[in-house]
Design a binder for this molecule. Structure first.
Ligand SMILES: *Cc1c(COP(=O)(O)O)cnc(C)c1O
Length: 435
């Protein structure tokens, strides 16, 4: 319980926060209510007023092993006593080398040339540079454009934004600053559908048409495999991903997978590409890479792409905090936990529980669709939520769920137990039924 002194302190801090600090995608002074966290442990967040919430968001896909996991904190404590950071220009260190080794062991054989970036968005920028520089290396400098699908999300920096969905990414606002790329319709065949060959062909036609018309100026296709995250929380069919790979291979253009959200087990496979049994030329990883403790991402490619880039010179990128040793040590500890394989049963257990627990939402008049894949549950509504109203209701129901637009969705830490999952889904049903 709060003493009145801390209560007053928090009121003042929250007032300062409200007046001075931007939170993600909010207007200063107009944001929905903000909740102060004083502790986080396992699957629970503790608020300043003593309430605890079951965390359905895993801090945006990242905290897969739960908060305060001893393996991660021990790894970081050991590293902080050695050195928390050194520049990566001209220097290297064990955490980066061991992490790169472990990542390449977990990925398909050909993906073993690693660039460490400091956030997911930056890893996408690097992937785009890799693709363009690859074609420079092959003396085709005119290949600078990308092709992508609508409803995608690849980050907030300009290069990444230019391949985000034009509407949800507000391209109109940034007109003069954004490269114009080629947008195909959002992948039309849902994950659980059973498409006919003809439907599949029809779904691939826009990509065929685009490459037939513009192929010579295109460097790469970039997309999120199987699960489109923040651009719409849509799950599409593996045969479609496989088909798109086939078309790109026919035209010889590179394929970039953004697995920043889907990587490390979230969809029920270690990487979402495994659903379709395909391997891209370049993959972006982030979010759950460190187990949610620090910001770190990676762009990983093949020897062929790396060697071709190197023909013309250096890869033109190098962030100040590249391969931060603390972040790398946490990531390495997180990958070691994944290597035990326990995540598989955990994610499948969550999938079963979410399917059962969210099913009753289908009967609510305001719900358009309920879909579940791996440890991701989505309730799509018919109209956008009112965040000012709904956010406090979730908190009152004892859960942390942060909807956007028409989407109420959860991607819990893999360690969440059955009772907490049931509480989480029951709270979603109750809040949506009352809304
Ligand atoms: C979150 C996300 C990004 C951006 O990562 P940041 O670390 O927020 O820059 C890019 N792509 C996908 C698919 C994401 O989910």
């Amino acid at each position: 319980m709060l003493t009145s002194t801390t209560d007053t302190q928090w009121r003042q801090r929250l007032k300062f926060d409200h007046d001075h600090i931007w939170h993600p995608y909010t207007a200063i002074g107009h944001g929905p209510p903000i909740f102060p966290v004083v502790a986080a442990d396992g699957v629970r967040l503790e608020l300043a007023d003593g309430r605890t919430l079951i965390d359905g968001m895993a801090s945006w896909w990242s905290v897969i092993h739960g908060y305060n996991h001893p393996a991660l904190t021990e790894a970081m404590k050991a590293q902080i006593d050695r050195f928390p950071h050194v520049m990566f220009g001209g220097l290297t260190h064990e955490p980066a080398i061991e992490l790169a080794k472990t990542l390449t062991e977990m990925l398909p054989a050909d993906l073993n040339r690693v660039f460490f970036a400091d956030s997911g968005s930056v890893s996408v920028e690097v992937a785009v540079k890799m693709a363009v520089q690859y074609w420079l290396g092959r003396d085709q400098p005119q290949r600078q454009k990308l092709v992508t699908v609508r409803r995608g999300y690849h980050g907030d920096t300009f290069g990444a934004m230019a391949v985000c969905d034009p509407e949800t990414g507000m391209h109109g606002w940034f007109n003069q600053n954004l490269t114009q790329h080629h947008f195909l319709p959002a992948p039309p065949l849902p994950f659980h559908a059973d498409p006919t060959p003809r439907q599949l062909e029809a779904a691939l036609q826009p990509l065929r048409d685009c490459l037939a018309q513009h192929g010579k100026s295109i460097a790469a296709l970039i997309l999120e495999p199987i699960v489109q995250g923040a651009g719409g929380m849509r799950f599409y069919h593996p045969a479609l991903l496989r088909g798109m790979h086939g078309v790109c291979r026919e035209h010889g253009i590179l394929i970039i997978h953004d697995e920043i959200a889907t990587g490390f087990g979230r969809t029920g496979k270690l990487f979402a590409m495994e659903h379709a049994d395909v391997v891209p030329d370049i993959i972006c990883l982030g979010k759950a890479l460190t187990g949610g403790t620090m910001t770190l991402a990676a762009t990983i490619t093949s020897p062929e792409v790396a060697d071709t880039i190197s023909r013309k010179g250096p890869l033109m990128h190098g962030p100040t905090f590249m391969a931060n040793p603390l972040a790398c040590s946490s990531a390495l500890a997180s990958l070691r936990l994944l290597q035990t394989g326990a995540w598989q049963d955990q994610v499948h257990g969550i999938e079963t529980r979410l399917n059962r627990g969210l099913a009753p939402c289908r009967d609510l008049p305001n719900v358009a669709e309920v879909r579940v894949l791996g440890a991701i549950g989505v309730v799509e509504l018919k109209a956008p939520v009112n965040m000012h109203q709904i956010q406090p209701r979730f908190v009152e129901a004892g859960v942390w769920v942060r909807p956007f637009g028409k989407l109420v969705y959860v991607m819990p830490p893999y360690v969440m137990g059955a009772d907490d999952l049931d509480h989480l889904t029951a709270a979603i049903h109750q809040v949506l039924a009352d809304a």
